[in-house]
Design a protein around this ligand. Structure first.
Ligand code: SF4
Length: 353
């Protein structure tokens, strides 16, 4: 039987993806942006964001010089916004510490904010042909199944075992097609719930297949019910405008625009008097929205509010902390996905009403 890598490379030649917008380039910047966007996000979702991002910020200098607002706006809707903050910081580091030239080896790439071992190895492989193992979520699944590695892959001991297998299976040459093949196999064939083993080039010695444990490998995350947090978000309208408030620089949705947020049992009128110096009356709550994060679920209850008095002197005192925008314009701001969805629905209702 041919080696694991030889079978994958041969398979990739006829079945792999070779025309994705970030392929067929040695530009480490373009490769890096794609690798960060593809973390936890599928190719079909990433593609339009990638093209828009590269259109606006075509090189590391332009990204480093851009405001975080611009970066967040381009990222808005992709989720996991920490990636965008780290991307921005890393670009500034490339410009500030590395003279604007991307590091040329995985070890130095890994020192950049947001670039882990696997991402550094993938960038180094695609940009410079450097030999190194990758281990993203899809690859963990492929290796856990093919090599029969038991246990949850988030467990450090299991992860170490997977890295060791990934290193052992690495070919001496053709690292670039091999790396892409492994990624493609995880994304296209060895799928989480419906692996297509009949089309798999490494099926012959796959332990999970041979022992009929495909469903059991990789072992799922040990179950713990996710805690739920509940907040209310204020739909403060004035004519055709809506009030947006900037999120704090840390925590969930850091730095994005959003609706003012209060605890569910807050006195909305008192909050608005303290925060904005305004008289605002809350109306009946709308249907809550659920949003799942990795570690908790968030339940957002929209509260339409009417402005009874908004002092002129407060108009300019938001200093970037809040802003009034016409509703259609607000839906284009750098908003968290559920808030964007809510405002779009609201805009549609108003248009069709
Ligand atoms: S044979 Fe099936 S389970 Fe095994 S690696 Fe291939 S697709 Fe995945």
């Amino acid at each position: 039987m041919r080696s694991f890598s030889a079978r994958l490379i041969a398979w990739h030649e006829h079945a792999g993806r070779r025309d994705l917008p970030w392929q067929n380039t040695r530009d480490a910047y373009r490769i890096w942006i794609s690798e960060i966007m593809l973390q936890q996000t599928q190719v079909a979702t990433v593609t339009p964001y990638y093209q828009r991002f590269l259109g606006a910020l075509p090189d590391v200098q332009s990204l480093a010089a851009a405001s975080i607002d611009t970066v967040l706006q381009l990222w808005s809707g992709l989720g996991y916004y920490r990636r965008a903050h780290l991307l921005h910081r890393a670009a500034q580091e490339v410009v500030g510490k590395h003279g604007g030239t991307f590091p040329r080896d995985a070890a130095t790439l890994e020192t950049l904010p947001g670039v882990g071992r696997s991402t550094a190895a993938a960038i180094a492989a695609f940009a410079y042909g450097e030999r190194g193992a990758i281990l993203d979520g899809n690859v963990k699944r492929v290796l856990a199944r093919h090599q029969g590695v038991e246990g949850y892959s988030g467990d450090p001991a299991v992860e170490r075992a997977l890295w060791a297998r990934a290193d052992d299976l690495l070919p001496r040459e053709e690292i670039e097609p091999y790396t892409q093949a492994l990624m493609d196999l995880g994304a296209m064939v060895c799928l989480r719930s419906t692996p297509d083993c009949a089309r798999c080039p490494i099926a012959d010695d796959c332990v999970a297949r041979r022992t009929n444990r495909i469903d059991a490998l990789p072992a799922p995350r040990p179950r713990k019910p996710l805690p739920q947090r509940e907040v209310a978000v204020l739909l403060i309208g004035r004519g055709d405008e809506i009030l947006l408030e900037r999120r704090p620089p840390t925590g969930i949705w850091a730095g994005l625009w959003s609706l003012p947020e209060v605890p569910c049992d807050a006195d909305v009128a008192a909050y608005c008097r303290d925060r904005f110096g305004a008289d605002v009356a809350a109306g009946a709550a709308l249907v809550p929205i659920e949003h799942a994060f990795t570690h908790f679920r968030l339940r957002l209850t929209p509260l339409p509010c009417t402005v009874e008095r908004w002092p002129t002197r407060m108009e300019d005192s938001g200093r970037g902390a809040w802003v009034w925008l016409p509703l259609p314009e607000a839906t284009g701001a750098a908003l968290p996905a559920p808030i964007k969805k809510l405002l779009r629905a609201l805009a549609t209702t108003l248009v069709t009403a």
